[in-house]
Design a protein. Structure first.
Lengths: 155, 368, 366, 345
């Protein structure tokens, strides 16, 4: 199902929208020039995930020496604060059986989705933080800007 | 919105089985509500000097949404201060049949006795006016100035006749370990009125054991251990043995540690029982007979089977009760809390049966 | 070493015509076997098997100087202060002491034991003092040592012994599980007052160093005692207990005096800025409560380079009628009566400090 | 102590102590000899092990090589790791404590380690002055017969605190483990709100205090800094570990941003860096539950200890009876050799 979210100019960087797709609620985020879409339901205990705070990776090699790296691409569930990468829906809360699932994520201006399907590897921030992908994965959806500059998500 | 039982004839009203009781909900009383219920003397005192007890976030700031569910903030209030939002997000959302209110309003022991007596009386009055009178699915815990036993017993005597107060509230840490004789008069009064004593994580911390933790994560993960200390004190000092009708409800302290604690105390007792003549039987028997546990924050072992092992090892089948801890950040949602492999009959006990028996709640209620 | 003891005091001296010297702080030590002999069967067995739970003072800070005692105060066998004969020779006869108030230290940790055991230990200690010391030496006065962390049992012990006028006061440690102004302890303070007995707070007890953490050295801890007592005086005054028990009298023992005037000023300043009675519940300036309800023993007397400064401190406090001479025999920081008070203190004030004040407080004949 | 003891084991907690101050006085400087005589300081009373309590055991703590050899007669261990707790009672004067630590370590080496090659020592250090503690560890660290640094589990400041890190770095540099042993300095209250009046509570609370120390070590990043640092909890029990780790892991998932240097779930660090001795076991009476507990704890976490001469009841024996031969072999020998490395092999 194609769900129109908003016009691009009404969707500035840092903004987010919660849209309904049938019974499901989807959170759509714009971080700098990229769009992401995530099921508004935390895989842990069903909290409204997409209402959570966004933050970047905090990386510390020694106690007290912490830097933030990369764009704010982790959303923290408003209940228990478990965090998921917007692009892959992957959590990094402990050893998980599955590596990251491939997702068809792309932003194309005008026209259908572009051809190459990029495997989203472990984000650079997670690797810097020495973090392993965990078993919990939030459901993500492809999102793109259609020809009339509407942000659209495929549910 | 006011949700009172409609006065329809019983057979017409559609009634439903009670299937979900939430044993740990935190309403929050805003300062304006408190001061208008205090005497002039203590209202002026509060305005001038405030409370001497540090707020929990003064010692350990909660790094995650100030310790609250981010979505639980009402307009112009703090999480837990608004009945309508609580009804919407909790009682209605999860179709909760009965909810037990535990108002945490700063620990006793730091402020003048009379102020603590008035504060507790004000909270109890507010619970009646702002909550119990406005939603018949709610029950409440009786707040008492626990470090002033005489004043605490007076408050129990004053309120015990109102059946909607289903237990007396105690913190896990007070000025003395909870088994100290100082507190026995309160336990005796509660037991005499058929009220369990709920011991909720938090209270008066002096951290004299191993010194002060550095991080909230360290302190929060240690709450289960502090509850073990409280229960160890209550058993070894003989409070449970001396007051057989006393029932304890350990809230927001977890439960999985109960198995190891029972073995530890039983074996120590078998070697050292001549020191504690009040304990005629192994400590685990008193725990099995007189101690209930809330699930939250439920331990989530990687292997769900370990959860069922603990239920057997710690004899929790009829002693574990579900709680959400709304609106705190480590809120357990009723639908996802119990791991796979918990038999249906046990789920029903955990979600409602055990609480109904303990608190004398009806097994059916009208689906108003 | 004090002056050599002459052996001339063969026959016990008869009571002196005029009371010239009262020592308000003398430490008897009950031998372990005497304690065990007086414990009931079950509790003797318990105490032999498990010993005390509360750590004794010496376990936390070894006393650097002779183990904490005058080197010459050790009898042939037994601890210093355990032999009445030596106490007679070295203190009562040596200085012509008219009366000495016994303040046993062992009770300080007894109060923290398991309730029933604490009551038994205190009963054994009080009986031993009565039967072994008060009975055979008319110049001695006892202190009732109650199990202070169990107020109901403490009241029972006070009522058991209060009829015997040889017990001149109730003795509590300077530090306990909570501040002594806490309502938990009020029943003890009321029972003492109703029995006509002052309550002495002696330095020591269950000091958990909660404020600034544990000191490293005995020196540090010993100097600290003054601060601890100052905090207890504030705890009592600010709790409003003196409004509740108007007849309550408190004796601050072995904590010094020079700090008391300044404490009064501090409390009065705070009291007035806080809006007097409206907010603190105290009807009068705290320093007035201090003057009306408190007594101080001299030892360990502060010894400023210029003795006049001590006289100045006494005058600033304005409580010369409330200061009681004390030796603290047999402890290492023992103050001999002759050398304690600065010369500039007028003669009659000195006589009141050495005897008069104590006679008035403890109801002794002059 | 269970009646029949396994033989040829690596026994990771055997107690010993000098019989009286006389054994130490020659090893203290003259100032300290004068201090001891003047202050009549005696070797600390055993508030931790009252002579009359059954848990203190039927025999006294061995005071010399002969008494120790007689005690080891029954189990004939391959290695016996010695714990001397005398320093616990040495009050708060940091310089006196350092002098006593030096004396105790010399005593252990000359009176015991030099006389029986089965024995392995623990270096006693005082936590009152970490700089001096490091100076005590450095010279002894290269003596292969010392396997660990011994600390009382009860402390004024939690053991994860940064003030201890130099001591951990020194220990790791010498391949020494850190042992946190039950009990501690007199007056150190076992509970967060104060003293207990029953010995039973005090005795059982070593497990509670061990749990607080474990939380501190992980959250302060001690295990992240030093990949090969090892900590063993001695005489603090182990059955409490699974419940603590479940809670700790769950909390970490929500609050890790407060301690971003804790990069894995806390239980990963604990399983890599922490071990616990088997006495006291404090296990259930129901037989099949024993195996359940050990499986949840993880047999690889346990190091066998007779804890001579103390007696914690017979659930220690039950532990070995209920496990398969592979787990028993690991607990009796393999785990200790892997954990302590060449110093006990």
């Amino acid at each position: 199902m194609r769900v129109v979210v908003a016009r691009v100019e009404d969707f500035p960087p840092g903004a987010r929208r919660i849209v309904k797709a049938g019974a499901r609620s989807i959170g759509v985020f714009r971080v700098e020039d990229r769009f992401f879409a995530l099921r508004n339901r935390c895989p842990h205990q069903g909290g409204p995930l997409c209402e959570g705070r966004l933050s970047a990776w905090a990386v510390a090699d020694a106690p007290g020496q912490v830097q933030m790296t990369g764009p704010p691409r982790l959303v923290a569930c408003p209940w228990h604060g478990w965090e998921y990468d917007l692009e892959t829906g992957q959590s990094f809360l402990g050893p998980g059986e599955t590596r990251v699932k491939a997702y068809d994520v792309s932003v194309a201006r005008g026209g259908t989705l572009d051809g190459d399907v990029r495997r989203a590897e472990v984000p650079e921030g997670a690797r810097a933080a020495g973090r392993e992908p965990g078993p919990y994965v939030a459901e993500t959806f492809p999102v793109y800007v259609d020809e009339e500059d509407y942000v659209v998500v495929d549910v | 919105m006011t949700r009172l039982a409609t006065q329809t004839a019983p057979d017409e009203a559609a009634s439903k089985a009670v299937t979900l009781v939430d044993c740990d909900i935190h309403p929050v009383m805003l300062p304006a509500e408190t001061s208008r219920r205090l005497s002039a003397r203590w209202r002026r005192h509060l305005e001038r000097y405030g409370r001497r007890s540090p707020h929990i976030t003064d010692t350990y700031p909660r790094p995650r949404n100030q310790g609250m569910r981010a979505d639980a903030w009402p307009e112009g209030g703090v999480p837990g201060s608004d009945l309508a939002l609580l009804q919407h997000q909790l009682l209605d959302e999860h179709d909760i049949d009965f909810g037990i209110l535990l108002a945490l309003h700063g620990s006793d022991g730091y402020d003048p006795p009379e102020l603590m007596a008035e504060l507790n009386r004000a909270v109890n009055d507010w619970l009646v006016e702002a909550w119990l009178d406005r939603d018949d699915r709610l029950r409440a815990s009786l707040c008492v100035p626990h470090d002033q036993p005489a004043l605490a017993v007076a408050e129990i005597e004053r309120r015990a006749s109102d059946g909607r107060f289903v237990q007396v509230l105690f913190p896990a840490s007070a000025q003395e370990p909870l088994g100290a004789r100082k507190y026995w008069p309160i336990y005796e009064a509660a037991a005499a009125h058929g009220l369990p004593v709920a011991i909720h994580t938090g209270g008066y911390y002096a951290h004299r054991g191993t010194g002060w933790p550095s991080f909230y994560l360290e302190e929060h993960a240690g709450y289960g251990t502090i509850m073990q200390l409280a229960l160890t004190s209550l058993v070894c000092e003989g409070a449970l043995a001396a007051i057989p009708d006393l029932k304890l409800v350990l809230t927001e302290g977890g439960a999985a540690w109960a198995a190891a604690l029972r073995w530890r105390l039983d074996e120590a007792w078998s070697l050292l029982h001549d020191e504690t003549p009040l304990l005629e039987r192994p400590p685990s028997e008193y725990i099995s007979e007189q101690v209930w546990f809330d699930t939250q924050p439920i331990e989530e072992p990687d292997d769900p089977a370990h959860f069922m092992d603990i239920i057997q090892q710690a004899d929790l089948t009829d002693r574990l009760m579900f709680a959400t801890d709304y609106p705190h950040w480590d809120f357990d949602s009723p639908t996802q809390t119990l791991p796979r492999g918990v038999p249906k009959e046990l789920r029903e006990k955990i979600f409602a049966g055990t609480a109904c028996d303990l608190y004398g709640l009806p097994r059916t209620r009208d689906a108003g | 070493m004090s002056s050599s003891m002459s052996e001339a005091h063969a026959a016990p001296p008869k009571a002196p015509a005029r009371v010239t010297l009262v020592d308000a702080d003398v430490h008897p030590a009950m031998p372990h076997d005497a304690l065990l002999a007086r414990l009931g069967g079950r509790w003797r067995e318990h105490f032999v098997e498990l010993g005390p739970r509360a750590a004794g003072a010496y376990a936390m800070f070894p006393r650097m100087r002779n183990g904490g005692f005058r080197a010459d105060a050790r009898p042939e066998q037994g601890a210093p202060g355990s032999d009445l004969g030596l106490v007679r020779r070295q203190l009562l006869d040596e200085y012509g002491v008219s009366y000495a108030v016994l303040t046993p230290m062992q009770a300080q940790s007894f109060g923290g034991e398991a309730p029933a055991l604490a009551a038994e230990l205190c009963r054994a200690l009080n009986d031993w003092i009565r039967d072994e010391w008060l009975a055979s030496e008319p110049r001695l006065l006892g202190s009732i040592c109650p199990p202070h962390e169990r107020p109901d049992l403490a009241v029972a012990e006070i009522e058991r012994l209060a009829g015997d006028r040889r017990f001149a006061q109730v003795l509590l440690p300077a530090t306990a599980e909570q501040g002594l102004g806490n309502r938990k302890y009020w029943p003890i303070l009321r029972a003492a007052t109703e029995a006509g007995l002052p309550v002495a707070l002696h330095t020591g007890g269950n000091e958990m160093h909660r404020g600034a953490g544990w000191p490293s050295y005995y020196l540090e801890m010993h100097v600290w005692n003054g601060n601890t007592m100052a905090m207890q005086l504030m705890s009592l005054i600010c709790s409003g207990v003196f409004e509740e028990i108007p007849g309550l009298r408190i004796v601050s023992v072995e904590c010094g005096i020079a700090w008391a005037a300044a404490l009064g000023w501090t409390m009065d300043g705070a009291w007035s800025t806080f809006g007097e009675q409206a907010t603190t519940g105290l009807r009068r300036p705290p320093s007035e409560v201090l003057r009306e309800h408190f007594w101080f023993t001299t030892q360990p007397i502060e010894e400023p380079d210029d003795p006049e400064h001590l006289a100045l401190a006494f005058r600033a406090l304005g409580m010369e009628d409330r200061i009681l001479y004390s030796s603290d025999y047999p402890h290492w920081d023992f103050d001999a009566p002759g050398q304690t008070l600065p010369r500039s203190i007028p003669r009659e004030a000195k006589e009141m400090i050495l005897a008069g004040n104590a006679c008035r407080l403890y109801g002794l004949p002059r | 102590m269970p009646a029949e003891l396994p033989r040829e084991v690596v026994d990771c907690d055997v107690h010993c102590a000098p019989g009286s101050m006389d054994a130490l006085l020659p090893r203290l400087g003259d100032y300290w000899r004068d201090y001891v005589e003047d202050s009549t300081a005696r070797l600390p009373p055993s508030g931790a092990y009252p002579p009359g309590a059954r848990t203190s055991g039927a025999e006294p703590v061995p005071q010399d090589q002969a008494e120790l050899a007689a005690a080891l007669e029954r189990t004939a261990p391959r290695r016996a790791l010695l714990s001397c707790l005398t320093l616990d009672g040495v009050h708060r004067n940091p310089h006196y404590a350092a002098a006593m630590a030096r004396g105790l370590n010399d005593w252990m080496r000359e009176e015991l380690l030099d006389r029986d090659e089965r024995l392995r020592g623990s270096i006693a250090v005082s936590t009152l002055d970490i700089v001096t503690a490091v100076e005590e560890v450095e010279p002894l660290g290269d003596d292969p017969r010392f396997a660990q640094v011994l600390l009382p589990v009860r402390s004024d400041v939690p053991y994860g605190n940064r003030l201890y890190h130099p001591l951990y770095e020194a220990a790791a540099r010498h391949g020494l483990r850190i042992a946190l042993h039950a009990w501690g300095r007199p007056g150190a209250a076992p509970t967060t709100t104060g003293l207990t009046t029953t010995y039973l509570e005090d005795y059982a609370s070593n497990s509670h205090i061990a749990q607080f120390q474990l939380l501190s070590l992980v959250t302060e990043g001690v295990f992240g800094k030093d990949p090969d640092l090892g900590v063993v909890f001695a005489e603090c029990g182990f059955a409490w570990l699974p419940a603590l780790l479940w809670r700790f892991d769950k909390d970490w998932k929500g609050v890790w941003r407060e301690v971003p240097w804790v990069k894995e779930r806390p239980s990963e660090y604990v399983r890599r860096h922490v071990r616990l001795t088997t006495e006291p076991a404090h296990l259930p009476r129901v037989r099949e539950q024993v195996a359940q507990v050990v499986e949840a704890v993880g047999p690889e976490m346990l190091l066998y200890a007779s804890d001579h001469p103390h007696d914690h009841g017979d659930s220690g024996g039950a532990l070995l009876r209920e496990l398969g031969t592979a787990d028993v072999e690991a607990i009796l020998r393999g785990n200790a050799m892997a954990f302590y490395g060449q110093s006990v092999s």
